[in-house]
Ligand binder design. Structure first.
Ligand code: ZN
Length: 375
C-alpha cells in the first residue's frame, strides 16, 4: 500500500538554487531525448526507447557535462516519464504525441527515488535529499514504523514555495482488531432492505406503505376514466407525481441509511447480487426488487465507505449464507417459508439474522485473505 504526504520545505538559498537547477535539467533531458527520438524516426523510422543507452543519460551527460550537477536519479526519472508518454501515445486512445516541456507552462518539479536512504525524514530537522543535504521542513506527520520511503517529488508553486511530496510504501498483512470488531454483515430482505448481523432489520421508512396505498387508489381511479380524455390525462399526471414522490422518499431513505452505516462501521459485508440469488430467495417479483433499490443501496454504501477509507466486502453469490449454521458451520436445507433456523448444535435463530452473521464472517475471512496476499 502507498501513502503520499506533502511537506513544506524551507530551503537555504543554495538549496533553492539547486532545486531550480534540477527542475531545469529534468526538463532539458526530457526535451533533448524527445528531440532525438523525433530525429531518429524521421531519419529511418526507428523508434528509440529508454533502453537505447547510446541515447540515454550517460550520452547526454557526455555532451552536456553540467547535467552532472543535478540529481542523477531525477534525470533518469524524467527519461522514464518520456518513455511512459510514448507508450501512452501508442497504446492509449486519445493521448497525444509527447510535447516539449516549456519553461513557462510546465509544473516545476522533479522526482527522485529513494535508494537505500538517499531520501530520508530526519526528525526535528527536515528531509534529506540527494546532493541537497538536509532541507529544513516542518514534519507535521512522522512516518509510522514499517513505512518505507519509495520516492519524493520536489515542486515549487507559483508563489515560490517549495514542497516535498513523499511517497511511503508499507506492507499490511494484519487487519487491526478494532476494524474487525466494527464489522457488520447485511442480508437482503424482500419486505425491507436488509437484516444486519446485530439483529437490526431495516424495513424502509414509514411513509412508504402510505404512498403505496395512495398509488393503488389513484390507479383504480384511472380505470374508470375513458382512455385519452382530459380527465384520464389528469389522472395519469397524478399517478406520475405519486410515483415520483415515492421514489424521492426512497432515495432519501437509501442515502440516509447508507451514510449512517458508512459512518458507524469500518467493514460492511454484503452478498453480491444476481437475479438467480434473488429468485432463489423468492424475490422473482421485479417490483419488490425495484422498490427496495438494493443494488442502488449497495453502490451508495460502496462509494461512501471508500470515501472514508473503510472496507466494503462482497461475498460470493454462491456462498450458502442461509443454509449454514453460524454457530457450528454445518449446513441444512431450509424451506422458503421457514423463518427460524434450527440446528442440531442447539442453535435456534432467525433465518435472516443467521444469514447476516454468516455474511459478516465470510466477508471478514475474504478481507483477511486479501490482506495476506498483499503482504
Ligand atoms: Zn449448528
Amino acid at each position: 500500500m502507498n501513502k503520499a504526504i506533502k511537506y513544506r520545505l524551507y530551503p537555504t538559498k543554495e538549496q533553492a538554487e539547486y532545486f531550480l537547477k534540477c527542475f531545469g535539467c529534468c526538463r532539458f533531458v526530457y526535451n533533448q531525448a524527445l528531440n532525438w527520438r523525433i530525429m531518429a524516426y524521421n531519419a529511418d523510422r526507428t523508434h528509440l526507447n529508454y533502453n537505447d543507452t547510446a541515447y540515454g543519460l550517460t550520452a547526454l551527460k557526455r555532451i552536456y557535462p553540467w547535467l552532472k550537477e543535478a540529481d542523477s536519479i531525477a534525470l533518469q526519472q524524467s527519461l522514464r516519464h518520456l518513455d511512459t508518454a510514448f507508450s501512452n501515445f501508442f497504446k492509449v486512445k486519445g493521448s497525444g504525441y509527447p510535447k516539449y516541456k516549456s519553461r513557462k507552462h510546465n509544473r516545476r518539479s522533479y522526482t527522485t527515488i529513494n535508494q537505500n536512504g538517499t531520501v530520508a525524514i530526519i526528525e526535528g530537522k527536515g528531509i534529506k535529499l540527494p546532493k541537497a543535504g538536509i532541507v529544513k521542513s516542518h514534519i507535521h506527520r512522522i512516518p509510522e514504523p514499517g513505512w518505507n520511503i519509495k520516492s519524493t517529488t520536489i515542486s515549487m508553486d507559483s508563489d515560490g514555495k517549495f514542497y516535498a511530496s513523499v511517497l511511503y510504501e508499507y506492507e499490511s498483512n494484519v487487519i487491526p482488531a478494532a476494524i474487525i470488531d466494527n464489522a457488520i454483515g447485511l442480508d437482503y430482505k424482500s419486505n425491507g432492505l436488509y437484516m444486519d448481523s446485530n439483529g437490526n432489520s431495516h424495513t424502509g421508512h414509514k411513509y412508504y406503505r402510505a404512498g403505496q396505498a395512495k398509488l393503488a387508489k389513484a390507479q383504480r381511479r384511472l380505470k374508470n376514466k375513458s382512455i385519452g380524455s382530459s380527465n384520464y390525462k389528469k389522472q395519469q399526471l397524478k399517478i406520475f407525481k405519486i410515483h415520483r414522490h415515492i421514489s424521492n422518499q426512497r432515495l432519501d431513505d437509501l442515502h440516509k441509511t447508507s451514510t449512517e452505516i458508512a459512518n458507524r462501521y469500518d467493514v460492511v459485508c454484503v452478498e453480491s447480487l444476481n437475479m438467480r440469488a434473488m429468485s432463489n430467495k423468492g424475490f422473482g417479483n421485479g417490483k419488490a426488487t425495484m422498490d427496495n433499490g438494493y443494488g442502488m443501496f449497495l453502490n451508495m454504501l460502496q462509494y461512501k465507505l471508500n470515501d472514508r477509507g473503510k472496507y466494503f466486502v462482497k461475498v460470493d453469490k454462491w456462498y450458502p449464507s442461509t443454509q449454514t449454521c453460524c454457530s457450528c458451520g454445518c449446513t441444512h436445507k431450509l424451506g422458503l417459508n421457514e423463518r427460524i433456523f434450527n440446528c442440531g448444535c442447539g442453535l435456534t435463530i432467525d433465518r435472516d439474522l443467521n444469514a447476516a452473521i454468516n455474511i459478516r464472517n465470510e466477508g471478514l475471512k475474504l478481507l483477511y485473505e486479501q490482506y495476506q496476499n498483499v503482504g
